[in-house]
Design a protein around this ligand. Sequence first.
Ligand code: ZN
Length: 307
Amino acid sequence: MIQTGLHHVTAFSGPALRNLDFHTRVLGLRLVKKTVNFDDPGTYHLYYGDAAGRPGTILTFFPIERAAPGRVGVGETQETAFRIPRASIGWWTHRLIEKGVAHEPLIQVFGEPTLRFRDPDGMMLALVGVEEAGDEVWAASEVPAEHAIRGLHGVTLLLDKAEPTAAILTEVLGLRESGREGNQTRFAGSAALGGLVTLRAVGGFLPGRPGAGSVHHIAFRAADDAAQAAMGEALAARGLHVTEQRDRQYFRSIYFREPGGVLFEIATDAPGFAVDEPIEALGSDLKLPAGLEPHRAEIEAVLPKVA
Ligand code: ZN
């Protein structure tokens, strides 16, 4: 079956070391790739995910050492949620308290127990307890395998109105409406990991301001180049401006701003993170695409030390 849903979520953060420490140690995600922002090679691009770095498990950051904080608003991703086993909610509540992580009381969202918290940059994250969360985990972390984050659950977008974005999700990106609750409409893809996009319509709210803790873009999955090209054509036929395909080394991408103002990417599942280092060694070394390799010494000289 063709997998539809999120491929990854990419955000800005503050200091790289603090970001790495929180996401790998406190949350127990695996660093699956340490590379640079291909459009700004003096900045890291850190990728976190599950043991194999599968699509639907990936959260990535552009860390900027002295970044000003962002402000969430209309036309942005408000919240990024992870899937955990339903029985692990209590364990995680204790862990967030123990680690001094700011969090909200447990609530039910679309019938699922949801623990909202913030990372050190104020990025709004959530842990959602689900039945059959999945068995594949990154076991070599402080978090016991039984409680480990399984991957992305989904994202919530803050929008002026939901309908124009909903049409893109259902008519181009392969999702279908799966529920409504208050001012929120939820859409589901076929993938178990990262399958959910919730649109929250809050007409008249302030626009977002990018900065540390804010999501830069969200990426949807395309099975291959042909599927991606077909999506691109469908978007162009709606009058949306779609970029040329860009080689992101671990996937190939096109980008467009959806009608609600959120930057969307469509990324191919292939080739994946094992293209330049073996699965066992993911995230060990700084990886650069061939075009930047001649500049490795200069790049390494300006990047902050993270390990
Ligand atoms: Zn991306």
